[in-house]
Design a protein around this ligand. Sequence first.
Ligand SMILES: C[S@@+](CC[C@H](N)C(=O)[O-])C[C@H]1O[C@@H](n2cnc3c(N)ncnc32)[C@H](O)[C@@H]1O
Length: 332
Amino acid sequence: MVDRRYREGEIQALIVLGELNDPIETPNNNFYSFYPKSIKQAQAYFRRFALDLTEVFDALVRRELAYKQGDAWLLTKRGQQAARQARRRRPPIWYWYKDFYIAIENSRAFSLYCERVYGKDLSQHGFSNVDELHWMLDLVKLDETIQLLDIGCGNGRISEYISDKTLARVMGIDYIPEAIAQAKRRTANKRDRLCFQVGNIDELDSVGKRFNVILSIDSIFFGQDLTATLANLKRLLKPDGEMVFFCGEDLSTPLRQNRLACTVYSRSREHHQHLQLKRRVATGLRKDFEAEGNRFIWENIMAESLDDANSYDSANCSRPRYLYRIWTQPAN
Ligand SMILES: C[S@@+](CC[C@H](N)C(=O)[O-])C[C@H]1O[C@@H](n2cnc3c(N)ncnc32)[C@H](O)[C@@H]1O
């Protein structure tokens, strides 16, 4: 979570000065471009959440986080550190996801899209449709004795669905406060088996309990470093527990470095069809998204779907997808 010493305006001012003076490239920037030339350009980072920073730069100077040189504000050493930390905790996509989860709470277009693409509206933003969820639930047996952690749970509707189906005790973690607030409100009467917490994949120390199953659907790669992420998750696993990740990454090196064993299932063929379906469904719903003022969601779907009517060809697969079932190797 973001350092409580700083208010939102100060966080934005730190990030702006960082972007202008010491930019860091990160993947998944969702429509934010690097190397802004002015404060105004840098504020595109915050989308509609951008605050008026007129007074805030001087506040950073008073806190010895910045200093003025001519017309420009520059970060002090302490300011640079604070800016890097704020940017790591709130990359551009954090503001995108904030916008997204607020928008979809009442979006009929997104609900229709989910029903048509995933077979059921669970506010999905990954690539697992209901068939894939059920397939996974057949592999990984869950019941009321199981404690499951869902990393990158969004607004928790998938976590809730899994718990409703299996009675497993599910904790969902996501770094978007609005998504977690929606999850908590919606499941207030299921507290005996569902709980949700705002948290960052890179800062899981506060989780405070261990799990039989750790699930992550298209979220594991958002951490800073996969080896460190797996090491941290391994610590949250009960003896004999397992991790279940859907993703497109090759995890062999981070798994080896953490002495973790796995079975890998290819989902690339299903994924190819899923990405084609996304394109077809979204194309038909463009006007619905636009009428709601949610074109940014439509653009995101179009960007990650597949504009290719050809059937799956394993030799030319550019978008692989896997399910990893992972467990701890006994020490020699
Ligand atoms: C591709 S979406 C998948 C959401 C959900 N698992 C699904 O399948 O629909 C990725 C999710 O990870 C969350 N996320 C991204 N980076 C994160 C981080 N560093 N810590 C915690 N959550 C993160 C996002 O807010 C988003 O809800």
